[in-house]
Design a protein. Sequence first.
Length: 278
Amino acid sequence: MSEKLLFRIATPHWLWIPAGLALILLAGPLVALTAVAPWSQLGTVLSDPKVQTSLGLSLSTAAVSTLLCVVLGLPLAVLLHRLSGLAKSLIYGFLVIPLVLSPVVSGLALLYFWGRRGLFGELLNQLGIQVGFSPVAVVLVQVFVALPFFVIATLGSLKSVDSDLELAGANAGANARQILTHITLPLAGAGILGGTLLAFARALGEYGATITFAGSVEGRTRTLPLQIELALNSNNPEQALGIALMLIAMYLVVVIVSGWALRFVMTSRSGAPASSRG
């Protein structure tokens, strides 16, 4: 049965009403933002040295944070996929909490762990290492808020991997590392890639926890979202709108690249069996 036919016979028409309202709530603010944007001044606004500095800091810290999310989150996702019982519930609970925490609460939590007088930060301070008000603090904030997105996306993809294929690999003599690297991870590649791009986008847009824990120091911790706040407080709405448009454009690029890459991965996966049979 075709998708169009199924849509026509199995989809109630009244769904368009709440769905349309949902789209208005989602798209309306974005349309309003683009409608009032200072398009003629955009080049001047975005070429401001302070904006360029914030852009460089945002991209560099988001890239480092995303790399850390992959390096640390991939093992965590695999373990969560394999574990069961109380251990899995506890780990998953700690993973989900940052998703629902208020940004201010997240910033306070980071402050009391990594800060100069924090649980772990005090030890670092005694060693002469200060995390606060530095790019390292920005990265720690971004990892805290973005890591759950990566792990959950990856975990969902791992669940879709056929366990019979992993057992077949074991029966063929493959060890655990070989099964993971040659069967599990390649088959879960779409979710891993999607989680990576999602983590980058989340890190790029982090604001509340950053200003609470890392502060807003030009060239060190003032990322693009913080530069927007500074522009608004300085009665410079044109700059704030320009930066907002730039962030939206970056998100669109991430979404487009994500969709293209996921289609490529899925096409490669569907074509693999056919090529192997040939």
